[in-house]
Design a protein around this ligand. Structure first.
Ligand code: ADP
Length: 599
């Protein structure tokens, strides 16, 4: 979850890619490397005075350094990981046991090969060489100044600790200086957080080095005795780290598999982690958002931007809040967020955890429900108004009472009554549809309910032209007669409603192998491809429910599809804006032969 940051005791993670660093940092690193190279060059003068013991010391120290570099200890420090090596302890011992030149050379060669084996980048190797050679040179100078002709006890108990303290100050200071320059932080900001653990590490290493040097003084093989408790401590430490990691992994698994979005933000608002549910909700992957300001990511629409006037742009607007979002694909949604902060020991906010619940579907359903109530009230009232008007005019004799005129009034009233009936039927059917399973079907002649519906609509709309093209013989399908009538009625009502009054509506029945297909074609405005699936959803209407001129409640096609599918058929639309629409459904043919026998 947390990005591991390591600094400043071991610089390996501190300097990433020289090219991206500011010029002062690069100058500093080059100066360090140059100074270190000078330090090594000076020691070359001593080589001619070395004896066999010095060469052996060089080999042993170099090998030990290279090997120790292969096993850095990972130490967890709150949310950070520090990588530490045991090299310092060998160098502490080396101060007492070896000539300064031997120690410097061993540090240079040992660190170089040790890091090379670990495949560390060349610029980092150069930086570490500079850091260690400079630090050990300072330690050697301090040690020489203090030790002189002092007793071994003084050397071990005073000179080595003081010299290694100087080493630690220079080494940690150099790394902190480079990191503070690179990250534009103050030296203290870099140096302080890991200071305690670094100090312990240095103290432990120095003590270990002194013990090793003492053991060597008594008898060189005695050094192995120092290694024994060390190996045991190391094993215990590894077990502890493994257990901690398993705990972390478990927590990560829970977060990764959570159905709600969870992300962590740093105090400066930058996103630190982003779980897969957040990717689903926003359409943005972790790689795209890590490091960016979470408020700008969630408020792409601008609406959740700084709700308190921008004074605290990073703070979550409260414990829980609603916000609109614009997903990566441009679609809009709603989220319910809640946040909690993680505080450090100093009570300062270290991170904010934000849990995001996608409530787009709930919001959409609520909106649909609200629209539905408004639409239904409007749709029930619309046919009632002319019905009441004509009835009261007829009763009071306030309109033309000629038989032709009266016939026209009755036709208008019938049309409105039919419209009301269709609406009430749709509402009743939709309430039944959710609970009922497959429909009960029997062989019926498809042409019969179709002819019946065309007759009804032609009577209602005598000015409209509705044509039928069907096979000469009967078309037996396996279906529910009244439901087929309802489907045809809805498709015809839509075709008439959505096409201009002077345009024809064409109904076709065709038989293909084991299925019969009925199509209702109109020459209306057509339906955009993007809407062709959604029009079959419950309550879905392309136009706004209050401004649309054609009425309807968005249930017709939903009911039609459910009915057709309940009869093992299929309902679909072929349409292009400006070229009309054809709604078709197919139903399985009935077994005509068995029917003939039984009839
Ligand atoms: P409604 O009661 O609104 O007609 P439907 O479920 O029957 O509900 O239709 C859903 C939407 O599909 C309609 O609001 C309309 O926008 C569109 N629609 C249906 N039939 C046609 C058609 N023949 N031509 C154009 N648009 C249509």
């Amino acid at each position: 979850m947390e990005r591991a940051k390591s600094q400043p005791r071991d610089s390996k993670a501190g300097v990433d890619g020289m090219n991206g660093l500011p010029t002062p940092v690069r100058v500093l690193v080059f100066a360090m490397v140059a100074a270190a190279a000078g330090g090594v060059a000076v020691r070359f003068g001593e080589v001619s005075r070395w004896d066999g013991r010095d060469v052996l010391g060089l080999i042993v120290l170099t090998l030990a350094t290279s090997i120790a570099e292969q096993f850095p200890l990972e130490i967890r420090h709150r949310t950070e990981n520090l990588y530490l090596a045991l090299t310092d302890s060998m160098w502490a011992a080396g101060l007492v046991l070896a000539r300064p030149g031997v120690l410097t050379m061993a540090v240079a060669v040992g660190v170089y090969f040790g890091l090379l084996l670990r495949k560390v980048a060349p610029h980092k190797i150069a930086f570490n060489l500079g850091q260690y050679i400079l630090s050990i040179t300072v330690a050697e100078v301090v040690f020489s100044a203090l030790a002189g002709s002092a007793t071994m006890a003084f050397k071990l108990l005073v000179a080595v600790p003081v010299a290694m303290l100087a080493y630690a100050v220079v080494s940690a200071g150099l790394v902190a200086l480079v990191i503070s320059q690179a990250e534009r932080k103050s030296l203290w900001e870099v140096l302080l957080p890991p200071l305690a653990v670094n100090a312990l590490h240095y103290a432990g290493n120095i003590a270990l080095g002194i013990l090793g040097a003492m053991a060597w003084q008594v008898s060189p093989p005695g050094v192995l005795l120092v290694g024994f408790p060390l190996a045991l401590f190391y094993a215990a430490y590894r077990i502890m780290v493994r257990n901690l990691r398993e705990g972390d992994r478990l927590r990560e698994l829970i977060v990764e598999n959570a159905s709600d979005g969870i992300f962590v933000a740093a105090p400066d608002c930058s996103i630190v982690s982003w779980n897969p549910a957040m990717e689903r909700i926003t359409g943005q992957s972790a790689d795209e958002v890590i490091g960016k300001n979470w408020r700008s990511i969630l408020a792409s629409s601008g609406s959740a931007e700084s709700p308190r006037g921008g004074t605290a742009p990073c703070q979550a607007p409260g414990d829980a809040w609603f916000a609109p979002i614009v997903r990566k694909d441009g679609t809009e949604g709603w989220i319910l967020c809640s946040s909690s902060t993680i505080n450090g020991r100093d009570s300062k906010v270290k991170a904010t955890v934000i849990v995001v619940h996608d409530i787009s579907a709930e919001r959409e359903a609520e909106q649909l429900k609200a629209d539905f109530v408004a639409t239904i009230s409007h749709e029930l009232r619309t046919p009632l108004t002319p019905l009441k008007g004509f009835l009261s005019s007829l009763i009071h004799g306030t309109i033309d009472d000629e038989s032709d005129a009266r016939h026209e009034y009755y036709r208008i009233m019938l049309r409105q009554a039919n419209r009301l009936e269709r609406l009430v039927t749709d509402l009743l059917e939709v309430s039944k549809i959710e609970s009922s399973s497959a429909l009960v079907t029997s062989p019926i002649d498809l042409c019969a309910p179709v002819v019946e519906q065309i007759r009804t609509f032609s009577e209602e709309h005598p000015a409209r032209s509705i044509s039928l093209r069907a096979p000469d013989s009967q078309v037996f399908v396996e279906a529910d007669r009244s439901r087929v009538g309802l489907v045809v009625s809805n498709l015809l009502a839509n075709a008439l409603k959505y096409s201009p009054p002077d345009k024809r509506v064409q109904v076709t029945i065709a038989v293909e192998e084991d299925r019969a297909t009925l199509s209702v074609r109109d020459e209306g405005p057509g339906i955009p491809l993007s809407e062709q699936q959604r029009i079959f959803d419950r309550f879905y209407q392309i136009e706004d429910h209050l401004t649309r001129p054609n009425g309807g409640v968005g249930l017709g096609l939903y009911i039609c599809r459910r009915f057709v599918e309940g009869m093992h058929g299929r309902l679909w639309v072929d349409s292009r804006p400006g070229h009309g629409s054809t709604f078709s459904f197919s139903l399985p043919m009935a077994q005509v032969r068995s029917l003939t026998v039984s009839s």
